[in-house]
Design a binder for this molecule. Structure first.
Ligand SMILES: *Cc1c(COP(=O)(O)O)cnc(C)c1O
Length: 371
């Protein structure tokens, strides 16, 4: 067996090269590289595909979060709650506005924010919650929305890893006041560079976001709010339009690979599996196992040519960046424990069944040799 990379985009692009080149030719012919028509076409196609009223393309998922917070009026003196077990952007978008990130521990099974712990950290300064649908699994939106309504909090969904995920039949991204998506190349719907999208059900918010992504411009060279330069690139929008057509098939493939891993590895060693529950449609941006033998298993797989990854090795409340917030080890035990136990396996749509069988075989062998 040849080495199996943790992630391999070249396989996807090999299949799509004709379609992508046609998109490239069309954009270069028109030469409208900034906010060309492909941007608004992709915004409409994305909105329609997932049932979002308004979609605004921006430069990245990180900018989507930052601009969502700014559009919500969040800044210095405010507190915003989020998960400590996620990518840095879920939290440093908060500190970038001048607001203070407040971390709430995760549920030990779903690895998403634990709604039962949310109310205890709400103060009169709390303005919003950034809810992360981690690895493609929806957070518990029923409980979270109930708390948000009770305390008048803005909900921003960080759906960077969860495009196409559903909760009780509804698309992730349609629950909060705003939701943010990332088209970072490795995401389930990835561009050939950076890209992001903000969706909302509020027309005025969408209008404001369109200004914020273009230096607060409401008319050529006339500006009325403080914005930044963060536009979805026209070429990227054209590439994303190509990929959106294949997206459903890719999601189904990820889900079937995940189901096979879980079936084949049931009762092997001390392995614990990604969450699954009635009403939750997981899209497996990552397939993340948990084991007390994480580091040894990772080394064993590596020695047998199988790439893996650890998302995430250090919880956000313990990052040197957030030292001033005053958290210490032990404050958020479920997040800290997860950082020691999680291991992500290869799960891209182009992974072959033979490769997956090999990965499963190696994992079984590891636990047989290390009972
Ligand atoms: C990828 C990611 C982001 C940031 O997206 P970029 O497009 O890389 O800026 C934010 N939050 C989460 C959970 C992510 O996985």
């Amino acid at each position: 067996m040849r080495p199996i990379k943790f992630f391999d985009l070249s396989r996807q692009h090999k299949k799509l090269v004709r379609e992508l080149l046609a998109a490239f030719r069309s954009v270069t012919r028109g030469s409208a590289f900034i906010l060309g028509k492909e941007v608004s076409s992709f915004e409409s196609a994305f909105a329609k595909c997932f049932g979002f009223p308004y979609a605004v393309g921006v430069n990245s998922g990180s900018d989507a979060l930052y601009l969502s917070l700014i559009a919500s009026g969040i800044g210095k003196g405010d507190e915003v709650i989020t998960s400590p077990f996620t990518y840095i952007a879920s939290a440093d978008s908060i500190s970038q506005t001048g607001a203070r990130p407040v971390f709430v521990d995760i549920d030990p099974v779903t690895l998403t924010i634990n709604p039962r712990l949310l109310e205890a950290v709400i103060t009169k300064r709390t303005k919003a919650v950034v809810v992360v649908h981690l690895f493609g699994y929806p957070a518990d939106m029923t409980r979270i929305m109930k708390i948000a309504r009770k305390h008048d909090l803005i909900i921003i969904e960080d759906a960077a890893q969860a495009v196409g995920a559903k909760y009780r039949g509804r698309n992730i991204g349609s629950f909060g006041d705003l939701a943010c998506f990332s088209f970072f190349p490795t995401k389930n719907l990835g561009a050939l560079g950076d890209g992001g999208m903000i969706v909302t059900g509020n027309h005025d918010t969408a209008v404001l976001l369109r200004k914020l992504r273009a230096h607060g411009m409401f008319k050529k060279y006339h500006h009325d709010v403080q914005g930044i330069n963060s536009r979805l690139d026209t070429l990227q929008a054209a590439f994303l339009g190509v990929k959106l057509k294949h997206f459903h098939a890719w999601s189904e493939r990820r889900r079937s690979l995940a189901a096979r891993y879980t079936r084949a590895l049931a009762k092997v060693g001390d392995l614990r599996f990604p969450p699954s529950a009635e009403g939750y449609r997981h899209v497996y941006h990552q397939y993340v196992l948990r084991t007390g033998e994480r580091d040894a298993l990772r080394e064993f797989l590596d020695a047998h040519g199988v790439g893996t990854e650890v998302y995430y090795p250090l919880a956000l409340h313990l990052q040197p960046l957030f030292k001033e917030l005053g958290y210490v080890p032990g404050d958020l035990p479920n997040a800290e424990r997860a950082t020691r136990e999680v291991l992500a396996l290869p799960i891209y749509p182009e992974l072959s069944n033979e490769e997956q069988s090999y990965i499963i075989k190696i994992i079984k062998r590891f636990f047989k040799d290390n009972p």
